[in-house]
Ligand binder design. Structure first.
Ligand SMILES: CC[C@@H](C(=O)O)C(=O)SCCNC(=O)CCNC(=O)[C@H](O)C(C)(C)COP(=O)(O)OP(=O)(O)OC[C@H]1O[C@@H](n2cnc3c(N)ncnc32)[C@H](O)[C@@H]1OP(=O)(O)O
Length: 307
């Protein structure tokens, strides 16, 4: 390659290496487990790739709302191995979507998700694979929960097992008439392993969580509302209409500049996860990103009355 071209390409190459390094570091920071925990990511990814079927699809809309579709309707949207890997890839994509403000997770075929694909689970029922799969999914769902996007699980049909766990990694749950959330793990001789128990306790309290897990209880929209597990029961059970209603519900919270909405989610994430002093410091840093920013300056000129 002529030296002039090398001279031109070098900064671009350095920039790419730096961006990739930054991205990997960010993913590690947002994840829970790494090699020090005995977690073998490449090993479990290779294993999961052997159990294929279905897909996880993401569409990013101009209004800053992403729609993540669990797509394996033949198996009630059960998670095959490749879907677990694809979920991780989609979360990475969302981490890099700087214009994003909200996210709706729903299932294809008018049902949410029936958990792990039991055909795959049978093949990885040994302890090493089980622990690696558990850490893989906890890392992915923790990163999902920490996205600077306001997230909603739109529960149509059934959210069972790992599907019920996934709903708890969202900020909010909306249910359609006739739908059901059910932590069936006890009947599978299991407890949640994707972080669903820890998150459920924080959403509904330890007593209610114990009842739902120990009773493998059916949670219909009415009970979910009274427990605070669901925000609202949508009027429609039709797939397309329900998605429209979920979009409208979410848009009340995502209206406004992305920088501000994302900052709101970040301060709440800090408050939810960190000890008070650390949360306060984080809040100060995030405040600094919006103070004197375009939305703030424009509001100072406009001087709105909040009647
Ligand atoms: C760590 C594991 C744990 C976790 O991740 O936390 C889990 O998630 S374990 C999985 C927990 N889920 C289940 O045990 C669900 C089992 N399935 C059912 O209870 C029922 O299928 C249903 C979800 C209540 C739906 O019932 P119904 O509406 O009557 O439909 P079908 O039963 O006919 O289902 C259609 C089709 O889908 C297959 N299916 C459903 N769920 C799974 C699944 N999780 N894995 C694999 N396959 C699943 C079901 O077997 C049917 O297929 P066919 O038998 O070929 O018709």
């Amino acid at each position: 390659m002529p030296s002039k071209m090398i001279e031109m390409a070098l900064p671009l190459w350095k920039n790419l290496v730096q961006t990739t390094k930054k991205r990997i570091l960010q993913q590690r920071r947002l994840s829970l487990y790494n090699g020090a925990d005995g977690y073998e990511e490449e090993l479990i990814k290779k294993k999961l790739q052997q159990f294929s079927g279905g897909s996880i699809n993401l569409s990013k809309e101009d209004n800053g709302i992403g729609i993540l579709t669990l797509n394996n309707p033949k198996l009630m949207n059960a998670f095959t191995g490749t879907m677990m890997v694809e979920l991780q890839e989609r979360v990475t994509e969302l981490e890099n979507w700087k214009d994003g403000k909200g996210l709706i997770i729903h299932g294809a075929g008018n049902t949410f998700c029936s958990g792990s694909d039991l055909n795959a689970v049978k093949e990885i029922s040994n302890s090493q694979d089980g622990m690696n799969m558990c850490m893989f999914m906890q890392n992915t769902l923790t990163r999902l929960m920490r996205l600077p996007l306001i997230s909603v699980a739109l529960v149509q049909g059934k959210a069972f097992g790992g599907g019920a766990e996934l709903t708890t990694a969202c900020d909010f749950r909306l249910m359609t008439p006739g739908s059901e959330i059910r932590f069936v793990h006890k009947h599978m001789g299991l407890v949640p392993g994707w972080g669903g128990a820890a998150r459920l306790v924080r959403i509904v309290g330890s007593g209610a969580a114990l009842q739902l897990l120990a009773g493998a209880a059916r949670v219909d929209p009415e009970r979910a509302l009274s427990l605070g597990l669901s925000e609202e029961t949508l009027p429609s059970s039709d797939q397309t209409r329900a998605l429209g209603e979920a979009r409208a519900w979410l848009s009340h919270y995502t209206e406004g500049p992305a920088a501000v909405i994302r900052a709101v989610k970040k301060v709440v994430t800090a408050g939810r996860e960190l000890p008070l002093e650390d949360a306060l410091r984080t809040e100060k840093d995030i405040f600094g990103t919006v103070w004197g920013g375009p939305a703030n300056l424009e509001a100072l000129v406009r001087r709105p009355k909040h009647k």
